[in-house]
Design a protein around this ligand. Structure first.
Ligand code: ADP
Length: 193
């Protein structure tokens, strides 16, 4: 099994690149943002609870997200591996993921961190808001999401750096160029299918 975390701030292109990587290498794509939005849409109890945080640009509580991930991993026992997109986003989530995977006799192999300048992130997210209809892509909430990223998510990079698993990749090129930079790292572990 090969398990990858795609790490980076909101708007860094994690979603787009994750889909591309999942298709190329046949990995199971797990996006906590997508999972949460589908719970919100279905108006499930989890979704109703999560929406309160998402609409304010705050992270959803760790217990909620960790439980969701655990059942998602169990759904795909035959997977070649997983690509985690938007998870882990706190140190507690990273520690919980390490334990979950250890219990399944596997681990995170590689963490690719996308680096994009902050001004570019804001431009991209505002642009996306116009087309996506996502309620959290407006200027006020975007600023809060980036703040949450700096205070709670950035420390997750150190967690994986200490395990020698972190590689930084510049994410302000075209989609294809950025993909090539990411793939160069993945190719050291896994061949495209
Ligand atoms: P982006 O990375 O562009 O902000 P996401 O779709 O990854 O978009 O996340 C949207 C929102 O969903 C976040 O602002 C947060 O409220 C919630 N969310 C997603 N993943 C997590 C997570 N791992 N932990 C807590 N909250 C999360």
């Amino acid at each position: 099994m090969f398990n990858l975390v795609l790490f980076g701030p909101p708007g860094s292109g994690k979603g787009t690149q994750s889909m591309h990587i999942a298709n190329t290498y046949h990995l199971q794509h797990v996006s906590t943002g997508d999972l949460l939005r589908s719970e919100v849409e279905g108006q499930t109890p989890l979704g109703v609870e999560a929406k309160k945080y998402m609409d304010q640009g705050l992270l959803v509580p760790d217990e909620v997200v960790i439980g969701m991930i655990s059942s998602k991993i169990d759904e795909s026992p035959e997977a070649r591996g997983f690509i985690f997109d938007g998870f882990p986003r706190t140190k507690a989530q990273a520690e919980a993921l390490d334990k979950l995977l250890e219990f399944k006799n596997t681990k995170i192999d590689l963490v690719l961190a996308l680096d994009v300048p902050e001004a570019e992130l804001i431009t991209r997210l505002i642009g996306r808001g116009v087309n996506s209809g996502r309620s959290d892509d407006n200027q006020e909430v975007i600023v809060k999401r980036i703040k949450e990223y700096h205070s709670k998510t950035e420390p997750v990079a150190n967690h994986y750096d200490a395990q020698d698993k972190l590689e930084r990749v510049k994410g302000d090129h075209t989609i294809d160029e950025t993909f090539k930079l990411l793939a160069r790292h993945i190719d050291r572990y896994l061949l495209p299918v």
